[in-house]
Design a protein around this ligand. Structure first.
Ligand code: SF4
Length: 188
């Protein structure tokens, strides 16, 4: 883990306040920082979820907010990026596809670094469940954009999602938080 301080930095905070404290013995959930209202998206905005379960888990100190792209060294704001050909995160992990910006800049290394950082944080907190922002080339859980920057999605997962799932973390989108709650009860 790095000690960099970046705009919109998303690393889990030290146990200073209730929402950011991590009590022992609680099954923690990794969550996309933008869903928790942190302005870390490529356009400098957030995508707060407003879900009641997320709010309750936050109050319990159960959530570990993280933005893989910021953790991978990308700034806020930053150019949008998509996986070429909509190939999906597993292809990126395998070296078979790149993550590119609209002008063709290759940002694959940052996406891979962000995925590894997310996995390291997940391991350090014993995370078995993640709730990640749908459609993102890092966090997507069911769909990603098709690589044309025309707003078209195809079935697939982001780079971080692919790596977390490879290591046994159950990833849910912000539209499937109830299913995450079922999984949480199974793990209790
Ligand atoms: S979707 Fe993931 S990578 Fe994109 S801003 Fe949200 S947390 Fe960061």
């Amino acid at each position: 883990m790095t000690s960099r301080v970046l705009p919109g930095r998303s690393r889990p905070a030290p146990p200073s306040g209730r929402a950011d404290a991590y009590p022992e013995g609680v099954q923690r959930i990794l969550v996309s920082a933008c869903l928790m209202g942190r302005k870390v998206r490529y356009d400098g905005a957030a995508k707060p979820s407003g879900d009641a379960l997320l709010a309750a888990w936050s109050q319990e100190g159960r959530l570990v907010p993280l933005c893989p792209e910021v953790e991978g060294g990308l700034p806020v704001p930053r150019p949008p990026a998509e996986i070429e050909s909509g190939a999906g995160g597993a292809a990126v992990l395998a070296g078979a596809a790149k993550v590119l910006t609209p002008d063709g800049t290759d940002v694959t290394a940052s996406f891979l670094a962000g995925a590894q950082a997310a996995l390291a944080v997940a391991r350090s907190f014993g995370v078995r469940i993640a709730i990640l922002k749908e459609g993102s080339p890092s966090c997507g859980g069911l769909t990603v954009y098709d690589g044309t920057f025309r707003g078209r999605r195809v079935p697939g997962v982001g780079v971080t999602t692919a790596l977390l799932e490879l290591h046994g973390v159950s990833v849910f989108t912000e539209d499937h938080i109830a299913e995450a709650a079922v999984r949480l009860r199974e793990l209790a």
